[in-house]
Write a protein of this length. Sequence first.
Length: 267
Amino acid sequence: MADAPLLELRGLNKRYEDGFHAVRDVSFEIGAGMLVGLIGPNGCGKTSMMRCINRLHPITSGDVLLDGESVKGKSPSEIARKVSNVPAELKGSFGLTVYETIMLGRYPHMRNMWWESEEDESSVDDAMRKFGVDRLKDRPLNMLSSGERQRALIAKAYVQEPRLMLVDEPTAHLDMKYKLEVMEYLNAMVEKDMSVLVAEHDISLMARYCQKCIIMKAGEIVAIGDPKDVITEELIQDVYEVSASVGFDRDGALFVLPKRYSGERHL
């Protein structure tokens, strides 16, 4: 649909069978060519919302639209041709090598289910070089360091040629160097017709790299916009129950310095 946003959520709700209301009437839009940060405390609904976007979880009510079309009724392969997913945790690699793992990202585009084309092989070889894992192509994924494994999973999502990439906590187990490296890779992938939505706990990192931040609390959006405008000491207090200093460094980048927990203690 012409002029439609890349991603649009309309009154999205997600309830689980136990009655937990994880996502509450969430609405927003994301245009193409953006790196967007999704911020909020544990259990605020970030992961549930992203799993509704790519239909890993069924939507309770409301809708998710990609390029103006509802995801409802779309097959998994149709969704996969537009949306790729980088999970927060690797559930199981089944002994797959780096090369085999990245090749899985080509499956939505494969014309023959039994073997890969030269185009598929070229795409995977290019991605392995781009993300610096070509020398690891024959290593089992579960034998890699956290940083190497994260780059391989991003490469898998990249060869899927998505319009939207959903990335869940990509720096959770990484040191300072690899946190910056992963964010540099994600930032470089944003193109005029592709956007990346990143769920992340490191607020300063999101503020440095993202053009837009979406802040969630208890399943709802409490703020959305330029991180320099929406991330304030008052917002950190409200969302996290943490007293913090929010300022700007000499390069003009926003940073958040947590000082103390100010909520109710349960000790």
